[in-house]
Design a protein around this ligand. Structure first.
Ligand code: MG
Length: 246
């Protein structure tokens, strides 16, 4: 797995093995333990493309018809936070939800990628929480304000390389204060990852480091001040963030 870290004023990438971080420095390698370093978001995406309503169980729970093509929207990179950073509850909302999502990290610039070649452009996977001010989403009718508050895009803790994991039927779960809230499988996606990459890359050029958040399963729900929310994806990791008052 790959992560980004800070030690004093230095920011660097490293390979994570268990609780050790290996950092290549020219011809040499430095090894740290995870608790010696601050864990940063593992990616610095130029854009975050999110997919709405992409799980069969979530569509059923909302009593909505399955969409005929992916519904996509953007979240700004300024919303990104990392593992154990705080989600700040905006004062203008009274209803902030978590949404557990598998994030695909793009490995190279690409355009018009056929589904059959999608694997060529995937660097790896990480956990994503599509934090949403549900009341504002309903009030506005469109989603930008509700999805874009600073801290509303927790991502991490690390990126697992695509060749090191089979996520095709990985479980995807969320817990709030240790209680299970979402429990589904990546194979409940309506549009699978190759189909999403084909669809999105037909519209826009994807760049190295861009993130595609692939939608959330059933069981979304509300967060309150002081809650700790975890996104747990089999073979990928567990992303944990606490919710604080602005
Ligand atoms: Mg979502």
């Amino acid at each position: 797995m790959m992560g980004r870290f800070r030690l004093d004023d230095e920011v660097f990438a490293g390979t994570v093995k268990g609780d050790r971080v290996i950092v290549e420095q020219g011809l040499y390698c430095d090894t740290y333990t995870l608790d010696e370093l601050e864990t940063l978001p593992p990616v610095t995406p130029g854009k975050i493309v999110c997919v709405g309503l992409n799980y069969i169980d979530h569509a059923r729970e909302l009593d909505m018809e399955l969409p005929g093509c992916p519904i996509i929207f953007l979240k700004p990179p300024s919303a990104v936070i990392g593992h154990r950073d705080m989600i700040v509850y905006p004062p203008e909302s009274r209803h902030v939800d978590y949404e557990a999502e598998l994030a695909v990290v793009i490995g190279k610039q690409c355009k018009n990628v056929p589904a059959t070649h999608a694997g060529d452009v995937i660097l790896g996977y990480t956990c994503f929480n599509d934090v949403t001010a549900r009341d504002i989403q309903q009030e506005d009718g469109q989603w930008t304000r509700a999805k874009s508050f600073d801290t509303f895009a927790p991502v991490g803790p690390f990126v697992v390389m695509a060749e090191n994991v089979d996520i095709s039927n990985a479980y995807i779960r969320s817990r709030v204060n240790g209680r299970l809230r979402q429990d589904s499988s990546v194979d409940n996606m309506i549009f699978d990852i190759p189909a999403l990459i084909e669809f999105i890359s037909h519209i826009m050029t994807l760049e190295k480091g861009d993130v595609i958040a692939t939608g959330t399963p059933a069981g979304v729900g509300q967060l309150n001040h002081g809650d700790t929310v975890e996104i747990d994806i089999e073979g990928v990791g567990t992303l944990e963030n606490e919710v604080v008052k602005a």
